[in-house]
Design a protein around this ligand. Structure first.
Ligand code: UT7
Length: 321
């Protein structure tokens, strides 16, 4: 019995913000951003909610699929529209998925991998036939638009995979997750609660803050560890993987992984140029681009690999159906 990704979808907000626009807001320049990150533009939600994006991605992935066959909805996000109901519950309601249980997870940029891992385990244990795993973010709402070290990096969007329990195919071959303690708080974002008459008010910091170089070093090591682990677990060589779909945080991190595993960069699905870093939505959006490209054939081995806040990392190796 296996669990396979059978369809994917993605959604981006309408507004595309080119690097040039950011040079009018902070002291930076287009070439610096391209050279240091690979990013040329990102999409920023103006009127779209996270739910709008998640539902659009899910609709594209589901197409005319029987709604009643969906037994599980997992939404990975660090920027939910509301605390209650969860984004999962909101997606379930919006799509009329009467048979689904639904909830959110937060594993930052590794969220989609953690979500798939949850889905695979629950589907096998409880015989759930189909699930939606969604990554959705509006990072523009936690970005400090006056901090040139971070505001050039992030964007908004959503991606979704429909996963199915199969009797006779492997689907997911191996998975690996790991949490590393962020002892120096190198990647954080605070949140605000209302005042209470019973407690002293404390200073609140709601911005996404990142010590870029520290996170960069972590990312290069973590991506290598996660990729090595899923290859070893499945007994597969990097050469036998047809495509790699990495978290889109920095083009240089993706290049370093390609170099480390002696793989041509063409085997890595890259969309960072037009999306920036969209945390939990990065991998399912890039996977959708790969699946829509006609390059993937049944039996191809594909690796998803993510890393980010927590700190966290994870990878999943699967066979295309
Ligand atoms: O998704 C979660 C995981 N996130 C990541 O994996 C992100 C990992 N980190 C990175 O991608 C990179 O560290 C950054 C792209 C954020 C920064 O690149 P860097 O090569 O590490 O640059 P840096 O922070 O060391 O800064 C180099 C120089 C500094 O100037 P000095 O001190 O050398 O004079 C910065 O002040 O570049 C300066 N700088 C900028 N210059 C122009 C920093 N940001 C900018 C900017 N435009 N936007």
């Amino acid at each position: 019995m296996g669990v396979a990704i059978i369809r994917t979808g993605k959604a981006l907000p309408e507004l595309k913000v080119e690097n040039q626009r950011l040079t009018e807001m902070v002291e930076t320049d287009n070439q610096w951003i391209i050279d240091r990150t690979g990013i040329e533009a990102r999409h920023v939600a103006t009127k779209e909610t996270g739910l709008d994006l998640a539902v659009a991605a899910a609709k594209e992935a589901m197409q005319d699929m029987d709604k009643d066959s969906i037994g599980l909805v997992i939404v990975a996000t660090v920027t939910p529209d509301m605390l209650v109901p969860s984004m999962g519950a909101l997606v379930k309601r919006a799509l009329g998925l009467d048979n689904a249980i639904a909830y959110d997870i937060n594993a930052a940029c590794s969220g989609f991998i953690f979500g798939l891992w949850n889905a695979e385990a629950l589907m096998k244990t409880h015989g759930i036939r189909r699930a939606l795993v969604v990554g959705v973010e509006r990072l523009s709402r936690i970005t400090n638009w006056e901090d040139r070290g971070t505001c050039i990096l992030f964007g908004d969007g959503a991606g979704c995979a429909v996963v199915e329990l199969l009797d006779n195919k492997a689907g997911i071959l191996s998975s690996f997750l790991k949490n590393y303690d962020d002892v120096s708080d190198c990647l954080t974002c605070g949140m605000e609660y209302l005042k209470t008459p019973f407690a002293e008010d404390t200073e609140k910091d709601m911005y996404l803050r990142m010590s870029g170089t520290q996170v960069y070093r972590f990312a290069v090591g973590a991506i290598e560890e996660a990729m090595t682990a899923v290859l070893e677990k499945a007994g597969v060589k990097a050469d036998d993987v047809k495509y790699f779909v990495p978290h889109q945080a920095n083009m240089r991190i993706i290049l370093s992984a390609a170099q480390r595993f002696k793989q041509p960069i063409e085997k890595f699905q890259v969309n960072i140029q037009t999306t920036g870093n969209v945390s939990a939505a990065s991998i399912p959006m890039a996977l959708t681009d790969l699946m829509n490209s006609d390059k993937v054939h049944s039996g191809d081995k594909i690796m998803l690999v993510g890393f980010g806040g927590g700190l966290s990392a994870g990878a999943i190796l699967f066979e295309a159906v």
